[in-house]
Write a protein that binds this ligand. Structure first.
Ligand code: NAG
Ligand code: NAG
Length: 528
């Protein structure tokens, strides 16, 4: 009896396991979702999104288009899509000079980056509403079922969301500022809010983190950036509610974040984890790359790419030569994404202006990824279980480098310290010490073990918001409280008042009583 029950249990578990595996294998593309009730119209706004921001959007855009929805995208790219349901509408403004930014010169401090962003956002706010295509889009915006906005640096586009249901995509993952707007104030006791991750185990780290957690949003939202953007917007739309007021009405955020690769934090139902949504299994490589990679034998291959914003061209010659020298002394072969022909180079280096990064990272003979440490590159290397050497420059890269070291996925090397020896020793350390590969593979397995795929979740919740007209029930009541109410400051003020009043009342009573006793004593003594 017991045995047959056990067998039944076992069979059930096996069944569920195979269902899970089936879901994992077929989940990509939203195959498990019920068909939509009708074809929806989406407007996606990412006019200042860099290539990497766009890459976060595209899997969702493609999945929605495959389900028969229409997607119009305001971007800075002019790309024709095979799928007739996707239309990219380039605004044509030059304010975000893609690929022309030299990150080795400007903007590699936090304030430098903010300054550049503020400048570009103000110019965008000033000019974009004069572009005829954008005007037309603005006029027709109420024809759309849902607006989807890039959450970072896009406050200047908020006039579009007035009186419209909208969601955001947090391309950069968890953002404490945005989380607080949704009613989830994250504790600076353990959630870093700085680009250089502070050590929250020590009191000084927590003090620093607490100060930055208050100072950064204040600088951005109330002091430097948004007030300037708001001024420009007021010129075009004098009757609109303030931008930060409009922002509060978001129905949902799809976060490029997942606990398996990031910190584990408490989230609200409106904060949907779709981290590494763009990652997919490796596809077969072109013939020349396969023979190059497999021809490297057991020594393996190093893949080297500095991402899409920092073009290889801007890499100072000093560093370029350092890499070539170091690579020539290694027994590995090197696949290097670089946009320029370098003339005579050592035989073990292959240079291409573009390379299929995910398919390369997924090849078992690729042993190390040398990267600028952008978020998407880090997610891809973790998805494919390949260890990494990060060379961080600006933005979130130093923090990502810190995460790589803390999690044992690889190493982080500063440009100031960079030398031929350091490049060689870092690569050798990763290849000779198995712990990096093991950690990367462990994280990859954790990430892939999910009930449904991130893209399915993204599609489900996006349609959910339309089905339920902005899905007001999803929102936390905390979102409508002011920060003083949320932190119970008003309650504390009342408590304080009561304590102070009680003190004075007690003092007064005490005095009266003492006074009366004293007076009686005096009266008694008087006759003597
Ligand atoms: C807030 O969002 C809802 C739906 O999500 C929309 O109907 C409403 O008009 C929006 N309010 C403002 C002021 O934009
Ligand atoms: C440079 O390397 C030294 C020795 O490894 C290290 O102590 C120092 O912190 C590094 N400097 C920077 C800026 O990373």
């Amino acid at each position: 009896m017991l045995d047959s029950w056990k067998m039944l249990k076992l069979k059930q578990t096996m069944k569920w396991r195979s269902v899970l595996i089936f879901l994992m294998l077929t989940g990509i593309g939203g195959a498990e979702l019920l068909p939509p009730e009708r074809s929806y119209k989406f407007l996606m706004l990412l006019p200042m999104g860099s290539k990497s921001h766009r890459n976060v959007f595209m899997p969702l855009v493609e999945a929605l288009a495959d389900r028969g929805h229409k997607v119009d995208m305001l971007t800075s790219y002019d790309i024709q899509h095979k799928n007739p349901n996707i239309r990219e509408i380039p605004h044509g403004l030059p304010h975000y000079p893609r690929g022309k930014i030299n990150m080795f010169n400007d903007a590699n401090t936090v304030l430098g980056t903010y300054h550049m962003l503020k400048d570009n956002m103000c110019k965008m706010a000033k000019d974009i509403y004069h572009v005829p295509r954008v005007k037309e889009l603005y006029r027709k915006r109420k024809e759309y079922d849902l607006i989807v906005i890039d959450h970072l640096f896009h406050e200047f586009i908020y006039p579009f969301i007035h009186e419209m249901p909208f969601i955001t995509i947090a391309t950069s993952g968890l953002d404490s500022r945005q989380s607080a707007v949704l009613g989830n104030v994250l504790s600076p006791a353990y959630i870093p809010n700085s680009l250089d991750i502070p050590d929250c185990k020590h009191v000084f780290g927590r003090i620093f983190n607490a100060i930055v957690s208050i100072a950064r949003p204040f600088y951005w939202r109330h002091w430097q950036v948004i007030p300037a953007v708001q001024q420009e917007i007021n010129m075009h739309f004098p009757d609109l509610p303030p931008l930060l007021e409009l922002e509060r009405n978001q129905s949902l955020v799809l976060m490029n974040y997942h606990f398996s690769t990031d910190l584990t934090v408490p989230l609200l139902p409106v904060q949907v984890e779709v981290g590494s949504m763009h990652c997919r299994p490796a596809k077969p490589l072109p013939e020349d790359l396969v023979s190059w990679i497999e021809g490297a034998g057991s020594a393996g291959v190093i893949y080297f790419s500095l991402g899409s914003i920092t073009e290889g061209k801007t890499l100072p010659i000093k560093y370029r030569n350092m890499f070539i020298e170091a690579f020539s002394k290694l027994s590995q072969r090197i696949l290097w994404k670089f946009e320029k022909d370098l003339g005579a180079i050592p035989e073990n280096i292959m240079i291409r202006p573009w390379l299929p990064q995910q398919d390369i990272l997924g090849h078992p003979n690729v042993k190390v990824f040398i990267s600028h440490g952008g978020l998407l590159s880090l997610q891809e290397t973790l998805y494919h279980g390949t260890p990494i050497v990060v060379l961080p420059l600006f933005g979130d890269q130093p923090g990502n480098g810190g995460r790589v070291v803390a999690n044992g996925w690889g190493l982080s090397v500063n440009y100031e310290n960079l030398s031929e020896d350091l490049i060689i020793s870092s690569v050798k350390e990763i290849i000779n010490n198995p712990k990096y590969k093991e950690n990367a593979v462990k994280t990859s397995r954790l990430y892939k073990d999910q009930l449904n795929s991130p893209i399915e979740r993204a599609v489900f919740w996006t349609e959910y918001v339309i089905r339920h007209r902005g899905a007001p029930k999803l929102r936390s009541p905390a979102a409508s409280l002011s920060w003083a109410q949320l932190l119970l400051l008003d309650v504390l003020a009342v408590f304080l008042l009561v304590v102070i009043l009680s003190f004075f009342i007690l003092q007064w009573i005490f005095k009266k009583v003492l006074g009366a006793v004293f007076d009686q004593n005096c009266l008694k003594r008087k006759p003597e």
